[in-house]
Design a protein around this ligand. Structure first.
Ligand SMILES: C[S@@+](CC[C@H](N)C(=O)[O-])C[C@H]1O[C@@H](n2cnc3c(N)ncnc32)[C@H](O)[C@@H]1O
Length: 436
């Protein structure tokens, strides 16, 4: 890390607006590297109190790794790429298992496409194998920042050390902690007005600027030592898993999709990806509007369309029908799934226990999940007779991924359960209104 920070400082990377950082490190004025085991591991802590909108890191173009830069630096790579030019493919969200399978097969086919190019560039054999490609793909996928001039984006040294917070999260926690924020702002007020002027009103986390540098800003007020987080974008948990390999326990951008009847899609013009359930259990605006339209007799739809599109409830009867339909759809969806919230929760605590275990055998014997764990061991070429008290590292890594998958499906089910409660509560309230 020291070598990286020294190298970055030489290229002009700096966490200080006046670029006065020492040549031994590009950090220390606004940020320091720190470990946050419960929120992304290695990341940045505020080196001092930071104000919302303050520039916290500047990475000049010379330090960015982009495809045009690689080609400009190495004519051999440039001519090989010009001859073959393999492209990455895009992925469509449908359902979690399908996404995982599709992702893996897309990465494999990109690896197959890129292999002749890598051979042409005389890569060492260990760099040609699929496992290395997977590592490189994950590195690029989880660290690339957007730049307008190259649709492949860029790698941004040091700038890629920020861990993620969902954009909405920061705003709401800021509202909750308004008092704290005000205190922090007052403290810095005089200094900041002079130094940062209008940029203190900035809401975005950063981007490539006219000054020919990638500039990253504090999106809220931070106190010294607190982790400084970046909103890479608004992602659902499935997207976070796919691109970054983690998910958030509370994700304000989470969207839970259920299978809708085919004729539903034909009655309205709302895009399919706007028809989901919020983490609170409430249907999205578009899903609610669509259901209101669908439950309206076909010959009345036109007359009510203005009311429906503006988001107004049509009638108590219509709303009751919708809530009954949506509640039973969620019940039906849950019943079709092979596991329940309760079984997922006990599997989660078992997986967490195993990862911190000093003797896995004892934990397996004490649990009712031995059979399921036996299948996992066999998949990895071991069995329940494995005698070491510690599981091999590759199995612990695989357990981490298993835990992530179970956490995702458990959150999915919990949202459906919340939606059922939401529907039941509304049915109760609407029935009271109907009987008045
Ligand atoms: C751009 S890197 C951030 C720096 C990274 N922690 C490091 O040590 O280099 C993105 C990766 O950090 C981790 N990460 C970022 N934010 C996280 C969060 N809120 N929770 C868990 N892991 C996170 C994920 O592994 C993700 O793929």
């Amino acid at each position: 890390m020291e070598a990286l920070l020294r190298w970055a400082a030489e290229l002009g990377v700096s966490d200080s607006p006046s670029s006065t950082s020492s040549s031994s490190s590009c950090l220390g004025h606004s940020l320091v590297v720190a470990d946050f085991p419960d929120a992304g591991g290695r990341g940045f802590a505020a080196a001092r109190d930071l104000r919302r909108g303050e520039l916290v890191l500047r990475v000049p173009r010379a330090a960015l790794l982009t495809s045009d830069r690689v080609m400009a630096d190495d004519p051999e790579i440039a001519s090989c790429i010009a001859a073959r030019h393999p492209r990455l493919s895009s992925v469509q969200v449908d359902d979690a298992i399908w996404i995982a399978q599709k992702s893996l097969s897309a990465i494999r086919s990109e690896w197959e496409d890129a292999t002749p190019l890598m051979q042409g560039l005389k890569f060492k054999p260990k760099l040609l194998i699929f496992k290395t490609w997977l590592w490189a793909f994950a590195t690029v996928s989880s660290r690339t920042l957007h730049v307008a001039w190259d649709d492949a984006g860029c790698l941004c040294p040091v700038g890629d050390l920020f861990n993620y917070a969902a954009p909405d999260d920061d705003i709401s926690s800021e509202e909750e902690n308004r008092e704290e924020v005000t205190k922090c702002q007052q403290k810095n007020e005089m200094l900041e007005e002079v130094k940062f002027g209008r940029s203190s009103e900035r809401l975005s986390d950063g981007g490539y600027e006219d000054s020919e540098a990638y500039c990253l800003y504090a999106r809220k007020c931070y106190t010294k030592g607190e982790q400084v987080l970046l909103g890479y974008g608004t992602y659902t948990n499935l997207e976070l898993l796919e691109h970054y390999g983690f998910l958030l326990a509370e994700n304000p951008n989470e969207k839970t999709y259920i299978q809708l009847d085919l004729d539903l899609y034909s009655v309205g013009t709302w895009p399919t990806d706007s028809l989901y359930i919020h983490p609170s259990g409430n249907p999205s605006f578009a899903l609610l509007c669509l259901l209101r339209l669908w439950m309206t007799p076909a010959n009345h739809r036109k007359a009510f369309s203005h009311q429906i599109y503006s988001g107004s409830m049509l009638s108590v009867e219509n709303e009751l029908e919708i809530m009954k339909w949506l509640g039973s759809k969620c019940v039906e969806t849950l019943q079709k799934l092979p596991t329940t919230v309760e079984s997922d929760e006990s599997l989660l605590s078992f997986l967490q226990k195993l990862q911190n275990s000093t003797n896995w055998r004892v934990d397996v014997d004490q649990s009712s999940l031995g059979e399921e764990f036996g299948v996992f061991l066999r998949f990895h070429g071991l069995d329940l007779n494995y005698t070491e008290s510690h599981l091999p590292v590759r199995l612990l890594r695989s357990l981490e991924r298993w835990e992530l998958a179970v956490r995702w499906r458990c959150t999915y089910k919990r949202t459906l359960v919340k939606c059922i409660f939401h529907c039941k509560r509304l049915i109760h309230e609407l029935s009271l209104q109907q009987n008045q």
